[in-house]
Design a protein around this ligand. Sequence first.
Ligand code: SF4
Length: 364
Amino acid sequence: MTVTATSNLASFFGSSPEDVKELFSSWGHKPYRAKQIAEWYFGKRFFSLDQMSDLPAALRAQLQEQFSWNFPDIVSSLDSPDGATKLLLKSDKNQMIETVILRYENRTALCVSSQVGCKLSCAFCQTGKLGFFRNLTTAEIIGQFALAETIVQKEGRTITNVVFMGMGEPLDNFDPVVKAVKILISPDGFGLSHRKVTVSTSGLADKIRLLSEQTRVALAISLHACRDELRNELMPINRRFPLAVLKEAIQHYQRVTDTKITFEYIPIKDKNLGLREAKELVQFLQGIPCKVNLIPFNSHPGLPFERPSPEAIDQFQRYMLDRGFVTTVRYSKGGDVSAACGQLAAKDSTNLDQIPRRKSVIGG
Ligand code: SF4
């Protein structure tokens, strides 16, 4: 398959199973033709028309003429010894986004980006430092999945989990992200379990409620502090949706969708890892069936924070465990290639620098 990004045609990767059926019917094809392509595309996850051998040549030509089937261009690919691959990709509009493949023994996860840059300016996040450029389309999100799936298929793997934890705040790009989620989890789509697709949000409480009306998917909350004053400092979005409002939205989501919530908490040296913060975390989590992931901060030049000692993290974890909260320490994969949480900043972002940035409009 060609890997050139530039095309004026709509990308096929934005299509849902329903879109495919409608398209084929509008073209006057028999319904079984739509089923055929769905089996190749959604079922076998083949993203090139050349691979769809039982489709008539005329139909393949029609699909080729009407749609772009191009993957995003790979600008660079960095492998980490722990099994992560960070792909720096160029979007249709010549902007850089990042996608990370995470290989585990029995699963293969993909961390996708939902925006170019981010508006939310979290103090510990490299992406936040970039500012915001634009939302990605559904096709650009599924394009990341299609590209990564094609790469891992060559290794005998298949993508089993997708996390919206790359560049951007997914719920700030609501409709395209929800459509992508539905394509990923629909039994007629790529068929991933709704438990294996995670939307990670910094806490847009209104959108968390809206999400509960649209789909049922695993929800992760980037929490990082449970005192408004401290969370305001680390995550400006907290000024718009303070902790009490966020908690109500999370509990609402849980009531409606019956899903367990994951809380991501980045331990930062001398910031959020003391006894006071541990007590505040326990207090916040009361009444929310959940698990907590402690993801030690990855120090980076330009960010004024440091990783705490393993002992301090251990102590914090023990405090949580002793109070009955499932709490794991997750050293993010890919730290050595800047692919860990809060480290996606499209460093090779020459084109980003040529585009005027939009000022932060949320939480700022
Ligand atoms: S942590 Fe997430 S929400 Fe916050 S600035 Fe970074 S990408 Fe945006």
